[in-house]
Design a protein around this ligand. Structure first.
Ligand code: NAD
Ligand code: ZN
Ligand code: ZN
Length: 371
């Protein structure tokens, strides 16, 4: 079939929206009619050429939500008509990591996905016979996508897809960092560095876990205000004195749980230093630049602080994204506050400009096939 999609032709150049060919789904794959897609930093990072593992030509986009239109052979996990969120972190349910409750890093299709291929090593996307690679197993800046069934979470049809798409990446990453990676305990004190979608999601996750005190640290007054809306009880303007201010707020000890959601290694260090001696757990969700390292004074670890990282918030996508969406539908998560701009597929490059200008939390692309 013919579809329109936003292609990364050349690193550092604007995406080009154009007509492409999309083949029918093969075994274990589904054809999804996309309704909405968020524009995330990772798309911009790849488009800029900064990501050393990036490739082109490819259709970008990975925060997609839509409706399953058709399925290939042997597909059992989704059916036509299902409302779905795409998962750049799939869940096969069978690999050694999927069978362990300790990680969400499914091993099933990693290599092929990193190469821009579907699990059988080929692409369904092409242009005049030239293969176009799939991005993060999703390629959702498009009207339709063919996606492995293990990379789709079936969600309640009640959920508006232009909100549900945020659960495909940033929002679940933040929520999950607090709920599934750190497993914040009721009554605890939490500090979240960064109040973009990931940090705001972490604040909401801390609140859902019953944290008593949630401190948001960011450079932007506007974002600190949004943080209050998600449940922050205290706010701090980031900078050199942030750790000192956290210590002041916590009787000199630091927080039970700290979260880093900026991608800045100096802030990661602050997040470690703001964690409490004895048991403070620092969860790093931000993605640092190539070659950067985290500097930690070992004494901080010996005296009981722990550091861990979190990819996609530790969320096991097919099981846990639908559960998070249910909590949104129950009124426990305010997703509307995160959708700052609505744009069309042809405005995708404007979505990147808005990220660069730090204008709003998320731009959501309404796709032509929308409901
Ligand atoms: N681990 C994962 O699976 C995963 C998934 C999605 C995104 N990410 C990463 O998470 C990070 C956050 O993503 P986002 O979409 O929320 O980004 P964002 O740019 O919207 O938010 C980052 C926030 O950090 C704030 N900030 C910058 N410097 C600061 C400082 N010194 N002190 C305090 N705050 C500071 C900024 O003001 C901004 O509000 C990025 O690095 C992104 O790549 C990770
Ligand atoms: Zn993303
Ligand atoms: Zn797996």
């Amino acid at each position: 079939m013919k579809i329109r999609g936003a292609v990364l032709e050349q690193f550092g150049a604007p995406l080009v929206v154009q007509e492409l060919d999309l083949e029918e789904p093969r075994a274990g794959e589904a054809l999804v009619r996309l309704v909405a897609c968020g524009v995330c930093h990772t798309d911009l990072y790849t488009a800029s050429g900064a990501d050393p593992s990036g490739y082109s030509p490819t259709v970008l986009g990975h925060e997609g939500a839509g409706v399953v239109e058709r399925v290939g052979e042997d597909v059992t996990l989704v059916a036509p008509g299902d409302h779905v969120v795409t998962l750049f972190a799939p869940q096969c349910g069978r690999c050694v990591h999927c069978r362990s409750p300790r990680t969400n890093l499914c091993l099933a299709i990693r290599e092929q996905q990193n190469r821009g291929h579907l699990p059988d090593g080929t692409t369904r996307l092409s242009r005049s016979g030239e293969p176009i690679r799939h991005f993060m197993g999703a390629s959702t800046f498009a009207e339709y996508a063919v996606v492995p069934e293990i990379a789709l979470a079936s969600i309640s049809p009640e959920a508006p897809l232009d909100r549900a798409c945020l659960f495909a990446c940033g929002l679940s990453t933040g929520l999950g960092a607090a709920m599934y990676t750190a497993k914040v305990e009721p009554g605890s004190t939490c500090v979240v560095f960064g109040a973009g979608l990931v940090g705001l999601g972490a604040i909401a996750g801390c609140r859902l876990q019953g944290a008593e005190r949630i401190v948001s640290v960011d450079l932007s007054a506007e974002r600190l205000e949004l943080a209050r809306g998600q449940g922050a009880t205290d706010v701090i303007t980031g900078g050199a004195s942030a750790v000192e201010q956290v210590l002041e707020l916590t009787g000199g000890f630091g927080a039970d749980y700290t979260f880093e959601a900026t991608g800045n290694v100096a802030v990661m260090r602050q997040a470690v230093e703001a964690a409490r001696m004895g048991w403070g757990l620092c969860t790093v969700a931000g993605v640092a630049g190539k070659g950067e390292t985290l500097d930690v004074v070992p004494r901080l670890l010996i005296t009981g602080r722990r550091v861990c990282g979190s990819s996609f918030g530790g969320v096991k996508g097919r099981d846990q994204v639908p559960a998070l969406v249910e909590r949104y539908l129950a009124g426990e998560i305010d997703v509307d506050a995160f959708v700052s701009h609505r744009i069309g597929l042809d405005d995708v490059n404007r979505g990147f400009e808005l990220i660069e200008a730090q204008d709003g939390i998320r731009s959501v692309i309404d796709l032509p096939g929308g409901l």
